[in-house]
Design a protein around this ligand. Structure first.
Ligand code: NAD
Ligand code: IPM
Ligand code: MN
Length: 351
């Protein structure tokens, strides 16, 4: 049997709750033993920081990097918690993992599943994927501030866009489009962000020449938010920078029936580093510990993980179990555990 080493980072808030269900599903779909996931759990996040002062040690990073793949729940405390001031868990942990492990593709699929309670009344067939750049843009920490706390403060946060970084993610997006419905939409803000936008536009035009079967269009990010609500079925692959991709994928989650359904993969396509799979949502301090979180996003992230590892049958089984579960959801609220159990049960009866 094949063995896969999996680093698990449950994280904070609802992270451990949804990861618990995702692991149950992973274990159920691999119950035959053909593939064995050897898990190592890492206690990281705001909780660990408050206990030890550590965010992500070099030893943690090296140990995590030695795995075949990573499953993450969510990290981060309650926004504004004074005890976390200066810790910057998001940058020191989550972004550090994405940057160090060269997760340059942040893959975020959106689908409106049959029977789902989408806030959009008439939405048609919605099935698109956002290819969000994961290692550059305004996220790199290229900035600083002077005269902090005074009325003369000047704070800069400079977006970094390299030809190398833009080209590799754009190429990935074209390949994804070619394997889907052959439509690619670049989303940027070229009318204002002329330097970065100019580079993105040029690279898309250049790579487009290699993919004549792929139809390319362009939307400014503000207009893209309109169409995500009024006509999301028009999208197939959206390629965009790190920050725009962050914002658009929370919106995409909301239109598809809730952020609790939105899965993602932080992919290093070269395979030099392990890829990391996580729900799009955060630690949701407002509902943490109450069994209110929908674990579906974490479970669908396991399906992306299985797919990435070449375990297509297992991925399909998880997707089918989730699709059936969503189709059968009534109005009655279920606990986090009940949703996980229902999906596990469907897997058991499918095999
Ligand atoms: P959030 O995604 O945690 O929550 C936004 C809203 O969505 C909340 O009302 C929450 O209850 C709801 N929600 C989120 N996940 C849900 C689920 N599975 N089921 C049902 N409802 C769900 O975003 P936030 O409040 O802006 O951030 C909270 C913390 O999480 C912050 O510290 C933030 O930095 C962090 N964060 C971490 C990640 C990550 O680790 N990948 C992602 C986003 C935010
Ligand atoms: C996400 C989150 C992260 C991001 C934060 C917590 C750094 O919002 O995964 O979408 O902005 O990428
Ligand atoms: Mn986000």
């Amino acid at each position: 049997s094949r063995t896969v080493s999996l680093a698990v980072i449950p994280g904070d808030g609802i992270g451990p709750e949804v990861v618990g269900e995702a692991i149950k599903v992973l274990e159920a779909v691999t119950a035959s033993g053909d593939v064995v996931f050897e898990q190592t759990h890492y206690s990281l996040g705001a909780g660990r920081f408050l206990e030890t002062g550590d965010v992500l040690t070099d030893d943690d990073l090296a140990a995590i990097a030695a795995h075949d793949a990573i499953l993450l729940g969510a990290v981060g405390g309650t926004p504004g918690d004074p005890r976390l001031a200066g810790a910057n868990i998001e940058r020191g942990l989550l972004l550090k993992l994405r940057f160090s492990l060269d997760h340059y593709v942040n893959l975020r699929p959106t689908k409106i599943y049959p029977g789902v309670a989408s806030p959009l009344a008439e939405h048609g067939d919605v099935d698109f994927v956002v290819v969000r750049e994961g290692t550059e843009g305004p996220y790199v920490g290229n900035g600083g501030t002077i005269r902090q706390g005074t009325s003369a403060e000047i704070a800069n946060e400079v977006s970094v866009n390299t030809a190398y970084g833009v080209e590799r993610v754009v190429r990935y997006a074209f390949e994804a489009a070619a394997a889907r419905r052959s439509k690619l939409t670049l989303v940027h803000k070229t009318n204002v962000l002329t330097f970065a936008g100019g580079l993105w536009k040029r690279v898309v035009d250049e790579v487009a020449a290699e993919f004549p079967a792929v139809t390319v269009d362009y939307l400014h990010v503000d207009a893209a938010t309109i169409f995500l609500v009024t006509d999301p079925a028009r999208f197939d692959v959206i390629v965009t920078d790190n920050l725009f991709g962050d914002i658009l994928t929370d919106l995409a989650g909301a239109i598809s029936g809730g952020i609790g359904l939105a899965a993602s993969g932080n992919i290093n396509p070269s395979g030099s580093f392990p890829s990391m799979f996580e729900p799009v949502h955060g630690s949701a301090p407002d509902i943490a510990g109450q069994q209110k979180a929908d674990p579906t996003a974490a479970i669908l992230s396991v399906a992306l993980l299985l797919e990435h590892l070449g375990l297509a049958d297992e991925a399909r089984l998880v997707n089918e179990a989730v699709t059936a579960d969503i189709a059968d959801r009534g109005a009655e609220a279920r606990t986090t555990t009940q949703v996980g159990d229902a999906i596990v049960e469907r897997l058991a009866s499918a095999s």
